[in-house]
Design a protein around this ligand. Structure first.
Ligand SMILES: [Fe+2]
Length: 275
């Protein structure tokens, strides 16, 4: 269950930052009701939290007061809408379950999402989360031992900026450890894709292991999963999410322009921004 935090404003979070650092690392998601953050407050909050946790908000400008490029982007999921030739209903998956940029050596490890506009019904456009450290800890000892040193073979396509594209061709290939230690909690995290098209297993794996992994994935993303939690958005709600550990998905129901959030990515280190 993801707790929605009410009656807190920017100054309350800043003055209780150590409490929220601890909660962020424990829960993987901070979900605030009606924070009404402006762009500078978004950026300051991520810098302050990042200094305490260890991550860097997306900017090679560091904490320069000039707002970084990424925080000026408002996400309306236009690219995702363009993949579909029909309306995706509120009970259907709009964005598939994923860990952010799993194929990258330096993926995003955190994000702030500030929902600046929601005009669709409250239970449309829900965001779901699965804690991949909890999923790992529930595996059998046998499967843990197997996965601890196992490299999955990812196949995928990216655009020239390195962003994942959902195409059928899958021309790129990479081996990645299936289990990694969390950079800030040191917990073991299962880092595997949650929908099949993106990856292959190595050919010499026993079929029973493949079946076991696939049944765990299906259980995790099923409608009645004990691992998934869905949140409903209201205007000015803010999520700060640990993207190393939290896989996430979005359900449909909304139309282009009805659900827009401002976003800041964070990485283990500063990254250069290509404008
Ligand atoms: Fe994502």
């Amino acid at each position: 269950m993801i707790e929605k935090i009410y009656n807190q404003k920017y100054k309350d979070i800043i003055s209780n930052i150590d409490y929220y650092v601890e909660k962020f690392l424990l829960d993987g998601v901070l979900f605030f009701h009606d924070l009404e953050l402006d762009k500078f407050q978004e950026w300051n909050l991520m810098c302050l939290l990042g200094d305490k946790v260890g991550f860097k908000p997306n900017s090679s400008f560091g904490s320069n007061p000039i707002l970084p490029y990424s925080s000026l982007i408002n996400e309306d999921h236009k690219n995702t809408f363009e993949r579909y030739d029909r309306h995706i209903l509120d009970n259907e998956i709009f964005i598939e379950w994923h860990l952010e940029n799993l194929h990258k050596d330096t993926p995003q490890v955190a994000a702030l999402w500030n929902m600046i506009k929601v005009t669709c019904p409250k239970d449309y456009g829900k965001t779901g989360f699965i804690n991949m450290a909890n999923l790992y800890s529930d595996l059998s000892i046998d499967l843990k031992n197997f996965l601890d040193n196992f490299e999955i073979e990812l196949t995928f396509d990216t655009d020239p900026s390195g962003t994942l594209m959902l195409t059928n061709s899958k021309n790129e290939f990479k081996k990645m450890l299936a289990v990694k230690n969390h950079p800030y909690t040191n917990k073991k995290v299962l880092r595997i894709p949650l929908y099949k098209d993106e990856y292959n297993f190595a050919k010499d794996i026993e079929q029973n292991k493949i079946n076991e992994i696939q049944s765990i994935i299906e259980l995790a993303i099923s409608e009645d999963s004990k691992y998934s939690n869905w949140i409903m958005w209201e205007k000015n709600d803010v999520v700060i999410v640990d993207l190393f550990v939290m896989a996430h998905a979005v359900k449909g129901g909304f139309y282009l322009g009805e659900r827009i959030f401002s976003r800041i990515w964070a990485y283990e280190d500063n990254v250069d921004i290509v404008l």
